[in-house]
Design a binder for this molecule. Structure first.
Ligand code: ZN
Length: 193
């Protein structure tokens, strides 16, 4: 860092903090510098990112550049994620019930989930021109959760038990598969760049 004309770090931090007056709390010993701008951060305005600490104002500006998604994009990603997740969860449940139950079935369910998640995330992101909104991850997780709840109904329908919507029929393999999809989607939509 370049030498400054400030007498103390406290003074420099107070003078350079752009989130004032919230940050005028000089009685903490926090002397972190933002990895982006080098300004001193206080305990009120730091944000921890995977690469280091930055100011909350810098994080907000960076998020605004990143999150360009619209409401329309939310509809599109839900319309892609829900049916594809439903298929994956139903397949996972099918394997668990009819082919390999127990631990193996659950492991396969998770593998199906991660694999399908990668494909679903890519499909959803491409369909919206790679635009991501602040709520994209929430919408994505919601669509996957709904798919996990609906998978047993679909499964029993194809198995010949007739058509019924019973959201209380939970299936562990379907939920594990959805969790695998959800993790991949969350990471895909919440990556801060
Ligand atoms: Zn501050």
């Amino acid at each position: 860092m370049a030498e400054t004309s400030y007498n103390s770090l406290e003074e420099e931090r107070l003078a350079t903090c752009s989130v004032r007056p919230k940050c005028k709390a000089p009685d903490d010993d926090m002397m972190l510098r933002s990895i982006r701008t080098g300004r001193l951060l206080c305990s009120k305005c730091y944000v921890h990112t995977p690469t280091g600490y930055i100011g909350s104002d810098e994080a907000k500006a960076s998020d605004d550049r990143y999150f360009k998604g619209t409401t329309n994009d939310y509809v599109i990603i839900a319309a892609i994620i829900f049916p594809l997740s439903l298929v994956a969860c139903t397949v996972a449940m099918f394997i668990d019930v009819n082919i390999l139950g127990g631990w193996f079935g659950w492991m396969i369910a998770f593998m199906i989930g991660s694999g399908a998640g990668t494909f679903i995330a890519r499909t959803a992101r491409n369909a919206t021109g790679k635009r991501v909104g602040r709520q994209s991850a929430v919408v994505a997780i919601g669509a996957v959760a709904l798919a996990a709840l609906m998978a047993p109904s679909v499964f029993y329908f194809i198995s010949g038990y007739g058509l019924f919507f019973n959201l209380s029929t939970l299936d562990l393999a379907a939920i594990i598969c959805a969790a695998g999809i959800g993790v991949v989607l969350y990471n895909s939509f919440m990556r801060r760049i």
